[in-house]
Design a protein around this ligand. Structure first.
Ligand SMILES: Nc1ncnc2c1ncn2[C@@H]1O[C@H](COP(=O)(O)OP(=O)(O)OP(=O)(O)O)[C@@H](O)[C@H]1O
Ligand SMILES: [Mg+2]
Length: 200
């Protein structure tokens, strides 16, 4: 599904990643671990295709769809979006209006992540965990072949974390690849393979 070959990355001359190799098959999970600043978010951006490597290559299966949950999302708080609108954005495409399937998928995911009762609240009026569940719902309503998730459950309570992990497992069983960055050993343990950036 996705192959990184000798990937390197520099921010204005400063090397952050060097010689990263990985291969993620369909229906598997990769956890990316390592200390603050070791380059996990940078690598996830390269894998999702929002940044280009300075060296080496990232190749994804032709036609594969990527859904990205970034770590830093504070920009969205300035928008006057409700929780429901924020989740619906995950189903938007430029070419058509949202239909019944889209509305059903949004409603189901909001129920599963326990944010349905917050539908009309603004993002900036939420607790950290409620906000994170909203952004996760926006990512998980997307029909993707590769889900790239940067510290997806960082602010979540134990129950929410389990619910989110169940959704990941379902997507993997359905054939998607899940790539997540995490500082939580228990979360990394759900993955089929782990890339420890500090050690690479
Ligand atoms: N836009 C940027 N410009 C310059 N340097 C950056 C930029 N973004 C990140 N860096 C630097 O690149 C390195 C890797 O950052 P990155 O955000 O990928 O780390 P991380 O492993 O995700 O850390 P954390 O665990 O804190 O999320 C850090 O040293 C950081 O200071
Ligand atoms: Mg990070």
């Amino acid at each position: 599904m996705l192959i990184a070959d000798q990937v390197g990355f520099r921010y204005s001359g400063v090397t952050v990643l060097r010689g990263v190799n990985l291969r993620v098959e369909a229906a598997t999970t990769l956890a990316v671990t390592g200390a603050n600043g070791c380059g996990k978010s940078t690598l996830l951006h390269l894998l999702a295709g929002v940044e280009r490597p300075s060296e080496g290559s990232v190749r994804r299966a032709a036609g594969s769809r990527v859904a990205l949950l970034p770590q830093r999302t504070s920009g969205i708080d300035g928008l006057p979006l409700t929780v429901a609108e924020c989740v619906r954005i995950g189903r938007f495409t430029p070419r058509r209006l949202l239909g019944r399937t889209d509305r059903t998928r949004v409603a189901e995911m909001m129920e599963r992540l326990d944010i349905a009762h917050l539908a009309r609240r603004r993002l900036r009026e939420l607790s950290g965990g409620q906000r994170q569940r909203t952004l996760l719902a926006q990512t998980l309503v997307q029909d993707a072949d590769v889900y790239v998730l940067d510290e997806p459950t960082v602010a979540l309570d134990v129950t929410s974390r389990q619910q989110v992990h169940e959704v990941f497992a379902e997507r993997v069983r359905a054939g998607a690849a899940v790539i997540l960055a995490s500082h939580d050993a228990a979360e990394a343990a759900i993955a089929d393979q782990t890339l420890d950036l500090a050690a690479s």
